[in-house]
Design a protein around this ligand. Structure first.
Ligand code: NAP
Length: 247
């Protein structure tokens, strides 16, 4: 895969899956903007790794749910770096609790970051990509958005919403040379899943055909493929990367 002369924005790239995606795209020659919410030091480490492999990039702090900041930042990335070719909507959070105990703010926060955040970045990036008549947008949904999970109704709703959003936007932007796809990871070893108790992890593990949690790199390779020339006739798809826990 060759991303020479391509500019990529990966939201939530300071840690976990976003970090692995940023490094993978950079290793294939992309110039990568590493977005983060609060972990400046970690984001700068990711940029350091990108530069160490001979690629280029930038670090940009912004909250994807802040539509004004997103508009300023995405427009300035395109202006300064000479376009925006690949957008990976990865930033996401969870605030788990059973529905009857769920606080309204936990519902709102998860929907606002995970779903509205994606609307904010995609809307502005799409304008740039339409002028370029080229773009690749890859959205992170989740197996939880497909199969549901007790204690995750807010997260699951946000991730199901991402699937509908992906399919609709793929139809709108296809005629302009822009593909829009989603990847749907299962249980991936990151900070988000490290907080699960050992007994819950054991339970999940029993249902995974491949017998292990996924790594961020397992996801990054598929995201890079969807961003590549080789995937130019794929749009509106949801690619599962879940080790066989849900097929
Ligand atoms: P993670 O390790 O918790 O990292 C989350 C990343 O998102 C961090 O870089 C964080 O930045 C950033 N972020 C959070 N809120 C943000 C905001 N409002 N604006 C901008 N950036 C924000 O998460 P992960 O496990 O890598 O998950 C990445 C994506 O994959 C998420 O969308 C998640 O729902 C999805 N996913 C994960 C799994 C899994 O098993 N891990 C499975 C399926 C889907 P800071 O470091 O600055 O806080």
């Amino acid at each position: 895969m060759d991303f020479k002369d391509k500019v990529a924005l990966v939201t939530g790239a300071s840690r976990g899956i976003g970090r692995a995606v940023a490094l993978k795209l950079a290793s294939c020659g992309a110039s990568v903007v590493v977005n983060y919410a609060s972990n400046k030091e970690l984001a700068e480490e990711v940029l350091g790794e990108i530069e160490a492999m001979g690629s280029t990039g930038q670090v940009r702090q912004f909250d994807v749910s802040d539509s004004l900041r997103v508009r300023e930042e995405v427009s300035s990335i395109a202006r300064e770096l000479g376009g925006l070719h690949i957008l990976v909507n990865n930033a996401g959070i969870n605030r788990d609790s059973l529905l009857v105990r769920m606080k309204e703010e936990d519902w709102d926060e998860v929907l606002t970051v995970n779903l509205k955040g994606m609307f904010n970045t995609t809307k502005i990036a799409a304008r740039v990509m339409m002028k370029q008549r080229f773009g690749r947008i890859i959205n992170l949904t989740s197996v939880i958005g497909e199969m549901g999970n007790p204690g995750q109704s807010n997260y699951s709703a946000s991730k199901s919403g991402i699937i509908g959003f992906t399919k609709s936007v793929a139809k709108e932007l296809g005629p302009r040379g822009i593909t829009v796809n989603a990847v749907s990871p299962g249980f991936i070893d990151t900070d988000m899943t490290r907080s699960l108790s050992d007994s819950v992890k054991e339970q999940y593990l029993k249902g995974i055909a491949l017998g292990r949690f996924g790594s961020p790199e397992d996801v990054a390779g598929v995201v890079a493929f969807l961003a590549s020339e080789e995937a130019s006739y794929i749009t509106g798809e949801v690619i599962r990367i879940n080790g066989g826990i849900y097929t």
